[in-house]
Write a protein that binds this ligand. Structure first.
Ligand code: CTP
Length: 414
């Protein structure tokens, strides 16, 4: 055990009202023995399961419980309470607490602190398996993940209510490991390992016009590519995102060029060169209409319509085939495959001439298509790396991390 892994870190622990609340006593001890300072807020329901006295004895601090406690407000307002922490941990995060977080409610001190904070939040859900699987909870999970909340657990197993399935709160040491991983990542990002490098990312679909009101498109959301641009920028890369039409908001700290068609996307990429890193995450339409109409096409009484399609330029292959200093040092493509994922992606790596392929398993059995998660393998000349199923944001963070390691190794080799 690293006794000082959390030295001087300030954690605001929000204890929700579930039977797993008793595990928080152990969690506080484990966090404190690693050097963290822990302050606790308890919801009204939490106080039915563990006493503020127990929590306060272990944190060595006053426990905060009431939004309208004037003494508390005079000593430390709820805004200050949440901003004073480096990380907020919610454990157990009950179905009710998660619903209130997802809805942006602030009807007690716990939810007010969560709404008022500008600090990262890690939650450890705990609830009955049917509550976990309920459509409402699943919807709230999606919202919370989109809002950037990190999750640890829940685990699968026997539950206090006698049922079996996902819903058990992660064990205290698993929560400690997630807290340590969070600070490890934060320290890594603070080191700005990609500073001085320029990254170019493509994202989203392209729209290929048929006439002024119709176009050929695909279902790409742009979520993965946008998240990658954000993750590279967070590690210090000067990042250009060439984005096809998508509803995903522009990521902060990134220079974004909006385009419609594959030809425009290629031109914007070429204009952004030179770059050290190019990541082609866009779902570029394979074909465009050879001669799109200038005016809205009218039905002409015939049964059908024949459109002549022309193949679009392959942006990934074009960037990969550039010569000399114009070629980005690392070119990464994506491959969404439904079968023989590794074999097809390895073939694509060779065909397109890129350095890595992020192979995305979208077979129906994974339930990935159109969702917020991704199940990927990283293919390079060295072979395939299997990554666990994770949110698109987590995949982006991990890819940026992997790229930083790649450039660090390259630097130390020279
Ligand atoms: N890509 C690109 N330009 C294109 C088509 C694809 O840059 N005109 C890139 C994508 O951004 C992705 C990779 O190529 O990084 C793979 O895309 P995919 O559509 O799977 O490749 P295809 O060549 O269309 O292969 P398939 O035969 O599987 O359709």
């Amino acid at each position: 055990m690293d006794k000082s892994s959390l030295e001087a870190k300030r954690i605001l622990l929000i204890i929700g009202g579930g039977i797993a609340a008793y595990k928080c006593l152990e969690l506080i001890r484990r966090l404190r023995e690693r050097g963290a300072g822990v302050r606790a807020i308890m919801t009204g329901a939490a106080r039915e399961f563990v006493t503020p006295l127990s929590v306060s004895s272990l944190t060595g601090e006053k426990v905060f419980t009431d939004l309208f406690d004037l003494t508390d407000e005079a000593e430390m307002g709820h805004i200050e309470l949440s901003r004073d922490a480096d990380l907020l941990v919610v454990a157990p995060a009950t179905a009710d607490l998660m619903a209130r977080m997802a809805g942006g409610l602030a009807n007690d001190l716990a939810t007010t602190a969560l709404l008022a904070t500008d600090k990262p939040v890690l939650i450890a859900p705990a609830m009955n398996v049917r509550m976990w699987e309920h459509a409402a909870t699943q919807r709230n999970i999606t919202t919370l993940k989109r809002d950037g909340i990190s999750f640890v657990g829940p685990n699968e197993g026997d539950m206090a209510c006698g049922e079996f399935g996902p819903g058990r709160m992660a064990e205290p040491m698993e929560i400690v490991a997630a807290v340590e991983a969070h600070f490890g990542e934060a320290a890594f990002a603070a080191g700005q390992p990609l500073k001085g490098l320029k990254a170019l990312v493509t994202s989203g679909p392209t729209h290929e016009p048929i006439d002024p009101v119709r176009y050929i498109a695909n279902r790409s959301s742009g979520k993965q590519g946008h998240a990658i641009a954000a993750a590279l920028a967070a590690l210090g890369a000067e990042t250009v995102l060439v984005a096809g039409p998508s509803t995903t908001p522009d990521p902060a700290g990134v220079s974004v060029h909006h385009v419609e068609t594959a030809n425009e996307m290629l031109a914007a990429c070429e204009a952004a060169l030179p770059a050290d890193i190019a990541i082609c995450a866009a779902a570029v339409a394979d074909w465009r209409v050879e001669a799109s109409a200038d005016q809205k096409m009218k039905k002409n009484g015939e049964d059908g319509l024949h459109l002549k399609l022309k193949q679009n330029p392959d942006i990934l292959a074009t960037l990969s085939s550039l010569k000399g200093k114009k070629r980005p040092r690392l070119v990464v493509g994506f491959a969404a495959e439904t079968e023989k994922v590794i074999a097809h992606a390895t073939d694509k790596l060779k065909r397109k001439g890129c350095d890595w392929i992020v192979a995305n398993d979208v077979s129906p059995a994974t339930g990935i298509m159109g969702g917020d998660d991704n199940l990927v393998h990283i293919i390079s000349a060295q072979g395939a790396e299997d990554w666990p199923r994770a949110s698109k944001r987590e995949v982006a963070g991990r890819l940026a991390h992997r790229i930083a390691d790649h450039f660090k190794k390259g630097k130390s080799a020279t």
